[in-house]
Design a binder for this molecule. Structure first.
Ligand code: HEM
Length: 168
């Protein structure tokens, strides 16, 4: 069981790294380069890489949820403790609650970004790249990307504190 637990934490951290790394590449490398390179096929590049990363991202979310739940069970968290107010009032319970709220928000924001705003933005950019609608939809999609980046920082911090305790 100990080996399975170690493999689960390993997969958990790998899935977190792949999701975070992919977001960082898009936000810190690809989008700034596209902005500085007028002739680049921004619409196609964003839609093709965005679509591919979308699948990778949702696989990571599924892996994080499954391994996260298993990690919790290996730390003695049961369905009974999850339904007890006493558990959620403990330092571990408060950190876990923060993490689960942040994760739920990430799923919601990602669903809107990946299946509504993202596709709408890339379609508008492809059809009318210089239109005000295209610029507005790109801004909205980018804003959701930034919200997810902030939530990701909260999730990693909560993960570290679940293992090592909180500083306050
Ligand atoms: C995008 C979502 C998530 C990210 C980025 C993330 C990130 C992390 C990281 C980086 C750690 C390792 C911390 C360390 O060893 O110092 C960790 C640990 C942990 N995470 Fe997550 N996590 C996510 C989602 C979840 C979810 C949904 C759950 C619960 C269902 C969860 C439960 C845990 C648990 C229990 C640990 C402690 C592992 C152990 O026992 O050592 N995580 N998380």
């Amino acid at each position: 069981m100990q080996t399975l637990y170690l493999v689960s934490v390993w997969i958990h951290i790998l899935a977190a790294s792949i999701w975070l790394g992919g977001m960082a590449f898009l936000v810190l490398v690809l989008v700034p380069w596209l902005r500085r390179t007028p002739g680049a096929p921004a619409g196609t590049l964003l839609s093709e890489t965005g679509r591919r990363f979308r699948s990778v991202g949702w696989v990571c979310f599924a892996l994080l949820l499954v391994t996260g739940s298993f990690n919790l069970s290996m730390r003695g968290v049961t369905l009974a403790s999850l339904s007890s107010a006493v558990f959620w009032a403990t330092p571990f319970g408060r950190i876990l609650l923060t993490k689960l709220v942040a994760f739920s928000l990430v799923l919601g924001v990602s669903a809107i970004h990946d299946f509504v705003l993202g596709p709408r933005a890339t379609a508008l950019i492809a059809r009318h790249p210089r239109s005000r609608e295209a610029a507005a939809s790109r801004r909205h999609a980018a804003l959701l990307g930034r919200v997810n980046a902030i939530l990701a920082l909260v999730l990693v911090a909560a993960g570290v504190m679940l293992v090592r305790g909180s500083p306050w």
